[in-house]
Design a protein. Structure first.
Length: 237
């Protein structure tokens, strides 16, 4: 009989212990630590993302740079031959170099213009789509990093003011965040410039006679705007 009564008593004591303030605080503290750890953002990884985006933008500039007028003139010459006007080939090539347009002869001028490909539209599509994917990744991760850094800056200040952190350690922590943001901002600034340059290159190709670049022009303009928006979200210290 006594053994039977002892078991419920122990269960009751255990229940009281679980409800004790100290036990609740410990559980909440552990959960908080796990949450904070899971939400940590790797600043180096995001810096690498920004650098990768800029490398893609530099490649986009290269791919969007139009071929020379002389190369275009050779295309005009070959078409002139196909249209049984070889005697006009040299004249057409010279005109192409002089005017920046690709010309075969007077009768086939419209046909030549339609066939102009000063830049590879397909290669540009691949480059732009790659940049879009990289931009999406950065746009998702950058706000989390900035929010975490803001919280860390506030924590550093509170600990310093409470004399729980030396001024030297405070400045070291702030400087690490400052440098991280500066690297990301620098990469995004360069990406803006390169996206704008690629857009200008495509406009030049369009002026020289290449058609079908409307989507590419819109896409490079959008990339420049998105890079500018991401850069504007970074507050340098």
């Amino acid at each position: 009989m006594q053994r039977t009564l002892l078991i419920p008593s122990l269960v009751f004591v255990a229940a009281l212990g679980a409800c004790a303030p100290g036990a609740q605080d410990t559980t909440r503290l552990d959960t908080g630590l796990l949450t904070a750890s899971a939400s940590d953002v790797d600043a180096t990884e995001i810096e690498d993302q920004a650098e990768a985006l800029n490398r893609m933008a530099r490649d986009l500039v290269r791919r969007s740079t139009a071929k020379s007028a002389a190369q275009g003139a050779l295309v005009g010459c070959s078409i002139a031959v196909v249209t049984n006007a070889p005697n006009r080939c040299v004249t057409g090539a010279a005109a192409g170099v002089a005017t920046g347009a690709i010309v075969g002869h007077a009768k086939g001028k419209r046909e030549v213009t339609k066939r102009v490909e000063l830049v590879s539209a397909n290669a540009l599509v691949r480059s732009v789509r790659g940049m879009n994917g990289q931009m999406d990744t950065l746009q998702l991760s950058l706000p989390d990093l900035l929010a975490e850094q803001d919280a860390e800056l506030q924590d550093l200040k509170i600990r310093r003011d409470a004399q729980a952190l030396s001024q030297a350690d405070y400045e070291t922590g702030v400087d690490a965040i400052r440098q991280s943001r500066a690297r990301i901002a620098e990469a995004l600034t360069a990406t803006i410039h390169n996206a704008e340059q690629a857009h200008a290159n495509l406009e030049d190709a369009t002026r020289q006679g290449q058609d079908g670049l409307d989507w590419h022009l819109s896409a490079t303009s959008q990339l420049a705007r998105e890079a500018h928006s991401a850069r504007s979200s970074i507050s340098l210290l």
